[in-house]
Design a binder for this molecule. Structure first.
Ligand code: PMV
Length: 328
């Protein structure tokens, strides 16, 4: 069977790790060295359309209407090659992706991007895969993308091929605090390989992470928001500490990053439950119970260097949607 000429469209939501993935057990297969726990977000997502084009010589891709080239395009071509290999297909594809947040805000997510590409691409190539298979494929594009296949809470365990959903009843909000972006920093793949190769703290990080993960999952099961928040802060600070000790150091923090952390601590001291996490960038993501979210967002918008706060709630799983022709 040939799927040439076929097209499919999918939506996948971004996720934020409370317990961080940082480090690879197996670089070639992109298996994680530490367990991670995330929340998929409703407000941040990528829509991707994949169309097989029999006449095309090379894969083409656009993001928010602009053609991708160089390493960004290569990662997509490699991912399409994985799908082609499974489907026994040779057709080249045209990929169009649109992010809900401006890519320039520094929030463009490889997690939602590779999850959406996996779901749309596998369908366009004629495959009918379950979420675990989608997750295993998405992981090879970007490990955090394995978690975006699932809605709500998701875990990706040490050495795991696929992420898995995690039950949790806490009613939380995640505030994405966008700081003034500054120049583009080093990407997460390069930064984690560099940390693993040069940081004396990397082995302490990988040794400590499973216990932090267990604490966070136990807190989620018990509905203990404060215990979840404190595990979350320890995970991100330990991950960044491993980067600070790399040679040369990798520092994603900007003055506004620290100002937001300070404000979160003040909020907590004032009885407003809020906990922070940072990824491979200067922005801060703040977890609050639903009841505290509006007042926390208001306070965080006033911090110097903050450009905006995006209020998110738990988002749905990645899914195929009806294809209505080319994306704008
Ligand atoms: O999926 P990657 O290779 O872009 O790595 C993501 C790493 C962090 O965002 C910093 C942490 C995480 O678990 O998402």
């Amino acid at each position: 069977m040939t799927a040439s000429g076929a097209a499919a469209r999918a939506v996948a939501h971004s996720n934020i790790a409370l317990v961080k993935y940082w480090g690879k057990l197996d670089r070639g297969r992109n298996l994680p060295a530490v367990p991670s726990l995330s929340l998929t977000l409703d407000a941040l997502y990528t829509t991707t359309r994949v169309e097989l084009c029999p006449g095309l010589e090379r894969d083409e891709a656009t993001l928010d209407g602009a053609p991708l080239t160089g390493p960004a395009l290569n990662r997509i071509v490699e991912h399409l090659d994985r799908l082609r290999a499974i489907a026994g297909e040779t057709a080249r594809a045209r990929v169009e992706s649109v992010n809900t947040v401006p890519t320039a805000a520094g929030l463009a997510s490889s997690a939602s991007g590779f999850a959406a590409l996996t779901v749309a691409g596998s369908r366009a190539f004629g495959l009918d895969l379950d979420p675990a298979a989608h997750s295993a494929l998405a992981r090879q594009g970007s490990a955090s993308a394995a978690r975006s296949i699932f809605g709500g809470w998701a875990a990706l365990r040490v050495g795991a091929e696929s992420a898995e959903p995690v039950a949790g009843t806490l009613d939380v909000r995640l505030l994405v605090v966008v700081t003034s972006a500054g120049p583009k920093a080093i990407g997460s793949t390069q930064a984690m390989l560099h940390t693993a190769a040069t940081s004396p703290y990397y082995s302490a990080w990988t040794a400590s992470s499973p216990a932090i993960f267990d604490r966070a999952v136990a807190a989620l099961n018990a509905g203990d928001f404060s215990a979840l928040g404190s595990a979350m802060e320890q995970s991100t600070l330990m991950m960044h500490a491993s980067m600070f000790a790399a040679d040369p150091a990798v520092v994603y923090f900007k003055p506004a990053t620290l100002a937001v952390i300070e404000r979160v601590k003040e909020l907590r001291a004032g009885g407003n439950e809020a906990y922070f996490t940072m990824d491979a960038g200067p922005h801060v993501k703040v977890l609050t119970p639903r009841a505290d979210a509006t007042s926390a967002a208001r306070a965080l918008r006033e911090v110097a260097g903050v450009n905006g706060v995006i209020e998110c709630t738990a988002g749905p799983a990645a899914r195929e949607i009806s294809d209505e022709g080319r994306l704008e």
